[in-house]
Design a protein around this ligand. Structure first.
Ligand code: PLP
Length: 391
């Protein structure tokens, strides 16, 4: 096992290898096994009693998941983690493990649609309620903390408005009030931003996005302090949301190229954002590393680069927006993000269509708003496609 954080980010992402089999393979093999064998009765007893750290059953742990978890822990500066079958399995299991009936979540309003649905339609069944704050209300969130508040929950950058929340500020508030700060760091990836540095207790990722980066697998992961992750582990080993060994193996490999991929995603996205800012058919552009972004200074403070998502508004409302989409040739009309292929989405008619107009306005979504997840194609080809579609 490599010594934790001995090397730099890129090196750890490649050189972290938990075990080699007797074959001394160079690349990590795939452990497609549901269970593991024991030497004798005493080994079996001690393993089940958790007196030794070893693999017993792949719902609890598997060498491929362990390697993926170890890499993400190193990247995020976390003590422990658990890998899930999807980002939503990570969000649900993490909060379900930590919260009891009667607890309250204080959450940013701009969160992933399914997380919003979990808070609104399902957690109330177990008497877990929530209060939302808008991104521009962050300075006054202390007033929203209730006696039974247990968790502060946020994403930054947000989806699809690419707003930025100040992690340092959230960390201070959480600490002062003894609350658990949970950050969904999916939009930034661990390469661009490490929320634990700013006081986050737990960090969640949908591995489906930038981590895999090639649109192949669904995955999720939560990392953080050993004490909290132990609770998440206890819950998850019983309820069964574990990541499959195959997907963990794919992701471990994907992480080896995370830094180079994300660098190029960000370079392409910034170039596109600057180009769109000068385009006559575009009302506004939102990208964290554009000087015009209202939270540019905060983004610069907590992120290494601006990420892969650019939001902008086409002039002429929903009609013009739809005409623009129909004219797109190269980019994929899809709802995913963080893929090597550039993806273009119309949030008002797709991912956020179930919200009312008022709710959409609260999360900063207008009818003509377009979200682009900028991929790894040549930037000139991406810009050419968007240019011809705007024309
Ligand atoms: C996609 C996404 C999720 C959910 O992840 P899945 O892997 O699709 O379950 C959670 N949070 C954010 C910010 C996401 O973009």
């Amino acid at each position: 096992m490599t010594e934790r954080n001995k090397n730099r980010f890129e090196t750890n992402a490649i050189r972290t290898q938990l075990e080699r089999s007797k074959n001394l393979e160079h690349s990590v093999p795939l452990y497609l096994t549901s269970s593991f064998v024991f030497d004798d009765a005493e080994d079996m007893r001690a393993s089940f009693a958790e007196e030794k750290e070893r693999n017993v059953y792949s719902r609890y742990s598997n060498p491929n998941s362990s390697e993926f978890i170890e890499k993400v822990c190193q990247m995020e500066g976390a003590e422990a983690g658990f890998a899930f079958a999807s980002g939503m399995a990570a969000v649900f299991s993490t909060l379900a493990a930590l919260l009891n009936s009667g607890d309250h979540i204080l959450s940013a309003r701009s969160i992933f649609g399914s997380t919003h649905s979990l808070f609104t339609n399902f957690f109330p069944k177990w008497n877990i309620d929530h209060t939302y704050f808008k991104v521009d209300e962050i300075a006054s969130i202390e007033k929203l903390i209730l006696p039974h508040t247990k968790v502060i929950y946020a994403e930054t950058p947000t989806n699809p408005g690419v707003d930025i929340l100040d992690l340092d500020f959230l960390g201070q508030i959480a600490k002062k009030h003894n609350l658990i700060l949970v950050i969904d760091n999916c939009f930034a990836s661990p390469y661009l931003q490490q929320p634990i540095k700013y006081g986050a207790d737990l960090v969640i990722h949908s591995g489906t996005k930038l981590m895999d980066g090639q649109g192949r697998v669904l995955a999720g992961i939560t990392v953080g302090s050993k004490a909290l992750m132990d609770k998440v582990y206890r819950f998850s080993r019983i309820t069964g949301p574990a990541l499959s060994p195959f997907n963990a193996w794919v992701l471990s490999k994907s992480l080896e190229t995370l830094a180079v991929r994300v660098d190029r995603h960000c370079e392409n996205a910034l170039t596109l954002a600057k180009f769109l800012e000068t385009h006559e058919k575009v009302n506004w552009v939102r990208y964290p590393f554009l000087k015009s972004h209202p939270k540019y200074a905060v983004a610069k403070k907590q992120m290494k680069a601006g990420g892969c998502v650019v939001a902008f508004e086409v002039k002429g409302g929903i009609r013009a927006g739809q005409k623009f989409f129909d004219a797109i040739k190269l980019l994929s009309l899809s709802a995913n993000l963080g893929d090597s292929r550039s993806i273009i989405t119309h949030p008002a008619s797709t991912t956020h269509s179930k919200l009312s107009v008022d709710e959409r306005a609260e999360t900063g979504i207008t009818d003509g708003m377009v979200r682009v997840s900028v991929g790894l194609e040549h930037i000139d080809d991406i810009i050419a496609d968007i240019t011809q579609a705007l024309a």
